[in-house]
Design a protein around this ligand. Structure first.
Ligand code: C5P
Length: 221
């Protein structure tokens, strides 16, 4: 049986990938499946937490038992839902892949095919939700980010992770190598758990539930 060490705690977790509309039928999106965020939510609930799971485009995943599921579409909706959940959350985990940019305008009607060259898609920056949550952090609230990095294990991925942890101001950062069948759209995950106090824990290749257990163990301690 799992420890009930998150009993009495509220945790807010984002999962999946945002989609930024170009028109009523098209969007800019990413390859996140939501499986890591769902595993975090499932394990937290099993360990006794009250869980709010904010899910972007994860329709093919079964909702974990005993979790409050809030469905969102784009980055601005995800930010709104996470800000509401963060008002009472003891722990906030941003596992969602949030689009950094969105089209400046959403066409009201489906963009028509013409013989002319298409207009370029003009993008604008989305808010950094994690940075906003850190800026509005409640006393004692623990904030966790994820970082998907491409590159060589030690040099690229880990160095980027260290820099990102410092830049984002969160307490923990889970760093994954992505690409070549790693992390996105697959069942397994691996990486490092970096702490603001400088500790670096390698997370060996394993299930996303295992990675979730490593993170909840560290936070519960
Ligand atoms: O800087 P980068 O996008 O790699 O950081 C990843 C982390 O930041 C993840 O925890 C992700 O959920 C979060 N993020 C965010 N808002 C964005 C982009 C990323 O909260 N616009």
């Amino acid at each position: 049986a799992l420890p009930r060490d998150l009993e009495g705690r509220h945790v807010a977790i984002s999962a999946g990938g945002t989609r930024e509309a170009l028109d009523p039928v098209r969007y800019l999106g990413n390859r996140s499946s939501g499986r890591q965020g769902y595993a975090l939510a499932r394990v937290a609930a099993q360990r006794g937490a009250r869980v709010t799971l904010v899910a972007a485009h994860t329709a093919d995943l079964a909702p974990p038992a005993g979790v409050d599921l809030v469905r969102v579409g784009d980055a601005r909706e995800l930010r709104e839902a996470m800000q509401v959940a963060a008002e009472t959350a003891d722990v906030v985990v941003m596992a969602a892949a949030v689009a950094d940019f969105r089209p400046v305008a959403r066409n009201e009607h489906k963009i028509k095919k013409t013989d002319r060259d298409p207009d370029p898609v003009v993008l604008t920056r989305n808010p950094d939700i994690l940075a906003g949550l850190v800026a509005g952090r409640r006393p004692g609230q623990v904030i966790v980010g994820f970082a998907a990095e491409t590159g060589d294990a030690e040099t690229g991925v880990l160095d980027h992770g260290r820099a990102k942890l410092a830049r984002k101001g969160c307490d923990w950062l889970v760093v994954n190598a992505v690409g070549d069948g790693q992390a996105f759209e697959v069942e397994d995950n691996a990486g490092w758990l970096l702490s603001v106090d400088g500790s670096e824990t390698p997370i060996p290749h394993g299930s996303k539930a295992h990675l979730a257990s490593v993170l909840w163990d560290a936070i519960a301690r």
